[in-house]
Design a protein around this ligand. Structure first.
Ligand SMILES: Cc1cc2nc3c(=O)[nH]c(=O)nc-3n(C[C@H](O)[C@H](O)[C@H](O)COP(=O)(O)O)c2cc1C
Length: 394
């Protein structure tokens, strides 16, 4: 943990005093710890305790030195944000995107992993609102160190006791390792649909939004990779911290992907590329007549096959969106395209497209198989990269 930059966020619960002991351990292990406290946390423990332990200023207000924009600076300088303890209130605010103090504003601006250790009364923890908020945050990629069951401040027993320091440190170590796990690696990701124009206002495409590829790009960047995203037409904003090249047609995607594929360590081809395009593209909008119209469709360049043919030592992950015989079709594609692994998803009845959740299975070799399960796309992206990185190391 030597030299690791940790942003410790302390909120107003009884367990706030335990955050001081944790700070001391982190400092002894060589971490550089910045502390943000909410106004309510200051009712439980003083900033002086934390500033003495860290030998650094403690941040309690958005307005102390606003010219330095502390909420942005603090999350840019840290590798991970750790919320200990996390009150029901702050969990609810994060789930709702409320930013009404330094702590919640900084966390809303965070691109770094955020690890929360909830601590509260058993009834507050079990309350449907809290459980719903925890679920929403987890779907957005926040990580948790779950509270323990035991003696609570109210002299009751139940779930809600802050996780042990040991458990928090173990989760922090894992998260820190994750933020470095692709450091120095170059990653290329293709995402989204392509549009094959017929005339200036009509095209052939599919319902892909690029969300899965964007989640993968975000996650790879978060793990320290230098990420290039070749992104087909989508209404979604490109992820920050990632070099994004916007393209429209399969031909444009092919050119951009091949330009960046050389020398990359990992290529993930998640784009839903149109396999055919209209043979001719009219310069002006084609006028409607009474007659039917036959359009000849011709093959677009096979991006995956081209990358597979010249991939060298880079690890190539393909995607297969299948409506039937999912795994059999995906395994054939894996061999045919010289990919190292393939992520297969079921898109029958438009499943997977545009939805916030998806389910994936990763296949490799003749019988390698890993079920990544059904989850929100950011969570699946992390699971997929975990599995792929393990394969890259094996
Ligand atoms: C004595 C006392 C103990 C509290 N302990 C907790 C707690 O352990 N967990 C919690 O979620 N809220 C607890 N609360 C309620 C929070 O302090 C309250 O919701 C506050 O608004 C949280 O502010 P913050 O989330 O901005 O820090 C406690 C309140 C009091 C008065």
């Amino acid at each position: 943990m030597i030299g690791s930059r940790v942003l410790l966020c302390v909120t107003g619960g009884v367990a706030a005093y335990k955050a001081a002991a944790l700070t001391s351990t982190l400092v002894q292990r060589g971490a550089i710890v910045d502390v943000i406290m909410t106004g309510e946390a200051e009712r439980f423990i003083g900033p002086l305790t934390f500033s003495s332990l860290t030998a650094r200023p403690v941040y309690t207000s958005l307005w102390d030195a606003p010219e330095r924009i502390p909420h942005i600076r603090l999350v840019r300088e840290a590798q991970v944000a750790l919320v200990v303890p996390a009150t029901a209130n702050v969990i609810a605010k994060l789930a709702a995107g409320i930013a009404d103090d330094l702590l919640t504003t900084a966390l809303l601006a965070a691109r770094i992993p955020v690890l929360l250790a909830p601590a509260m009364n058993d009834a507050m923890y079990r309350n449907a609102a809290t459980q719903e908020n925890l679920r929403r945050l987890s779907e957005r990629g926040y990580a948790f160190v779950d509270p323990e069951s035991g003696f609570l401040a109210e002299r009751e027993r139940g779930v809600g006791r802050l996780a042990s320091e040991e458990a928090i440190l173990a989760a922090l170590e894992t998260t820190l390792a994750r933020t470095q796990s692709l450091a120095g690696k170059r990653v290329l990701i293709t995402a989204g649909p392509t549009r094959e124009a017929f005339d200036p206002v009509r095209f052939v495409s599919n319902p892909a939004t690029g969300e899965t590829g964007m989640a993968l790009a975000r996650e790879a960047a978060l793990r320290g990779a230098d990420v290039t995203l070749v992104l087909g037409p989508t209404h979604l904003d490109a992820p920050s911290g990632v070099r994004t090249l916007r393209v429209r047609s399969a031909e444009e995607m092919h050119a951009a992907a091949l330009e960046y594929a050389a020398g990359t360590d990992l290529v993930i081809a998640s784009a839903a590329v149109s396999d055919w395009r209209p043979e001719t593209q009219e310069a002006q909008k084609r006028k409607k007549g009474d007659a039917d119209l036959t359009v000849r469709m011709v093959r677009t360049p096979d991006i995956l096959a081209s990358i597979g043919a010249q991939k060298g030592s880079s690890f190539l992950v393909a995607f297969a969106a299948e409506t039937e015989n999912h795994e059999q079709n995906a395994r054939e594609k894996l061999q045919r395209k010289h990919a190292d692994a393939i992520a297969v998803n079921d898109v029958s009845n438009e499943r997977g497209w545009g939805a916030q959740r998806n389910s994936l299975t990763l296949l490799w070799g003749t019988d390698g198989r890993c079920e990544l399960g059904e989850a929100a796309k950011p969570v699946l992206a992390a699971r997929l990269l975990d599995a792929v990185q393990e394969l890259m190391c094996s």
